[in-house]
Design a protein around this ligand. Structure first.
Ligand code: ADP
Ligand code: MG
Length: 354
């Protein structure tokens, strides 16, 4: 199921929650809506679901306007952060619920319902807990029941609103992988909301970055990470150094030295140079002075657990984070207090906010 969203607007009183959002969701993709709290992600998801109406604009499913289609007729399954499972129903009955409340003409025979629920419980690896009640489950198990329940009606579209938000980090990572497999096996179109950039980058086919009720950028995880549309996206995707510099005669400079930057440099004036830690290149400090065009920095801390080493450097009074392989670190023989040279493989520059 492909979903086309055209100029959708939504206000709450004087507040604009969605200011003209357009988006094409491709059939079969796993799409992440990523943005800070209050950016309009849930509002957009609820409008897609038919739980809420847009003030203006259109949402169509496979080319058909959904305006007159009620939520229950949209073939949409939902999972929310705090999914209210029915406390007085067993796991089995919770999953069966969506099928049992169907209109009589569409309701499968009880035997078929049982078969379907058994299949779903096997799929979410909860068959052995079918007779338990929600209060007897862990958070991760509850979210798996919620997923099985959403999938029972054989939705064409699966909508998930921060489905793992309330779970601890380890369970979250496991469920993430598992959702990816499930999505691929089911051949459905899935949209999930998250404010966690790592989750979005790891899980999604494409990421939609939102802020203040607007879509700022849409792209694959690599596209948005490597080519952020603006400073907001650069910041929001995490892991970034911001260095105060200046643009002079169209050249970005940090402490007087020119910085090679990707993309437009912008107008002269104060500017912030953005560099990802893995784009910081370190070198052995020369015996005297600093090599032409490079900066000099001192290692202030060093974390080298796992394959990647993270260094905190002092670059003329600024904190600079760098990431490099442990092999590279041992080649450089750096330790806390060492001097080294610094260069930037890729940097972007944005005007300083006044
Ligand atoms: P997100 O899911 O990205 O955190 P939401 O879509 O829930 O953001 O909300 C976007 C903005 O709209 C928020 O500022 C929120 O307070 C406001 N909002 C959402 N729903 C309502 C509502 N029913 N009444 C008033 N304001 C709302
Ligand atoms: Mg939300």
């Amino acid at each position: 199921m492909a979903i086309e969203i055209r100029n959708v607007e939504k206000t709450f009183g004087a507040f604009t929650a969605l200011g003209g959002v357009s988006l094409d969701v491709r059939s079969g993709e796993l799409l992440a809506l990523l943005g800070p709290s209050g950016s309009g992600k849930t509002t957009l998801l609820r409008i897609i679901a038919g739980l809420d109406h847009a003030d203006a604009g259109e949402v169509s499913f496979d080319g058909q306007d959904t305006r007159d289609r009620a939520a229950r007729d949209r073939k949409v399954g939902f999972v929310f952060q705090h999914y209210a499972l029915f406390r007085h129903m067993t796991v089995f009955d919770n999953v069966a619920f969506g099928l049992r409340v169907k209109k009589k003409a569409e309701r499968p025979a009880e035997m078929d319902i049982r078969r379907r629920v058994d299949q779903l419980l096997t799929m979410v690896q909860l068959s052995h807990l079918a007779t338990r009640y929600p209060s007897q489950l862990s958070g991760g198990q509850r979210q798996r029941v919620a997923l099985a329940r959403a999938l029972a009606i054989e939705p064409k579209v699966l909508l998930l609103d921060e489905p793992f938000g309330a779970l601890d980090a380890k369970v979250r990572k496991d469920l993430r992988k598992w959702l990816r497999h499930l999505h691929d096996d089911m051949h459905i179109t899935s949209i999930f909301v998250t404010h966690d950039q790592e989750e979005a980058l790891e899980l999604a086919d494409r990421v939609v970055v939102m802020n203040h009720g607007q879509i700022i950028q849409v792209g694959t995880p690599a596209e948005v990470y490597d080519h952020p549309a603006d400073s907001f996206v650069f910041d929001f995707l995490g892991g970034v150094n911001r260095l105060n510099g200046v643009i002079e005669a169209g050249v970005a400079r940090l402490d007087g030295k020119a910085v090679r930057v990707d993309g437009a440099v912008g107008a002269d004036g104060p500017a912030v140079i953005y560099v990802r830690p893995h784009q910081v290149e370190l070198g052995v400090a020369p015996a005297e002075g600093v090599p032409e065009g490079k900066w000099s920095a001192r290692v202030s801390s060093l974390h080298a657990a796992g394959p990647v080493a993270r260094l905190e450097l002092d670059l003329a009074g600024r904190a600079l984070e760098a990431q490099l392989s442990r092999d590279r670190l041992s080649d450089l023989a750096l330790e806390v207090g060492s001097w080294c040279t610094v260069d930037f493989r890729h940097a972007r520059v944005f005007p300083a906010k006044s």
